[in-house]
Design a protein around this ligand. Structure first.
Ligand code: AMP
Length: 221
């Protein structure tokens, strides 16, 4: 049975950074709904143009569009053993749809680490975040700087600031998270899958806590 990890946490909590590390360690693919939307935008697909209308304002892309996109992604062969999900599900309807897709695909959610960071930290983290143009690798001006300013350590591509990391949009993203995504914390807690992780620690320490929270079947991949 394929094992899926759902990373929960506010924008800026460190889901993307940690998902990337956990994906390398477990061999499972890192699937970020935000990255898929940004890829589509870069390629100017219809999906990308539609998503942009919502992303630029810090709103969520409608559930039906997002669910169809993730369903297609999870049905690819690289997800046969499972995946690390970053940014999906983000609403109760998406969480229900995820269960249905996984039932069809022969998989299940095995752990839901919730990376907790105080709200006042989030704006600081998001406004200093830098992302690489080629592959979406994540850095931070202060907390996780690249070796050479403005250049990705991993692939040498240019780093940029996401449009939606600008302060006016950040505040709306946090509001949307509290209203639409935070209810998933109780949803997964009720199912015994939630593990709270203190995200207000150095990156390596958060990784260690996350690793300890993963079930053995995932670590052994
Ligand atoms: P992220 O990279 O996870 O911060 O996502 C960036 C933006 O993509 C969000 O602010 C939303 O506009 C959109 N997005 C990403 N994931 C989802 C999702 N699961 N449901 C709806 N919109 C999403």
């Amino acid at each position: 049975m394929a094992s899926f990890i759902v990373l929960l946490g506010a924008p800026g909590a460190g889901k993307g950074t940690q998902a990337e590390i956990l994906a390398k360690r477990t061999g499972l693919p890192h699937i970020s709904s935000g990255d898929i939307f940004r890829e589509n935008l870069k390629k100017q697909t219809e999906l990308g143009k539609l998503a942009q209308k919502y992303m630029s304002k810090g709103e969520l892309v409608p559930d039906d569009v997002t669910i169809a996109m993730i369903k297609e992604r999870l049905s690819r062969p690289d997800c046969a053993k499972g995946a690390i999900l970053d940014g999906f599900p983000r609403t109760p309807a998406q969480a229900k749809a995820l269960d249905e897709m996984l039932a069809e695909l022969g998989g299940k959610v095995v752990a839901v680490p919730f990376i907790k960071v105080p709200e006042e930290e989030l704006v600081d983290r998001l406004s200093g975040r830098l992302v690489c143009k080629a592959n979406g690798h994540i850095f931070h001006k202060k907390y996780n700087p690249p070796k050479v300013p403005g250049i990705c350590d991993y692939d040498g591509s240019e780093l940029y600031q996401r449009e939606d990391d600008k302060p006016e949009v950040v505040r709306n993203r946090i509001r949307v998270y509290l209203e639409q995504t935070a209810p998933l914390i109780d949803f997964y807690r009720a199912r015994g899958l939630l593990v709270e992780i203190d995200g207000n620690q150095p990156i390596e320490k958060v990784t260690e806590d996350l690793w300890n929270a993963l079930p053995d079947e995932v670590k052994a991949q």
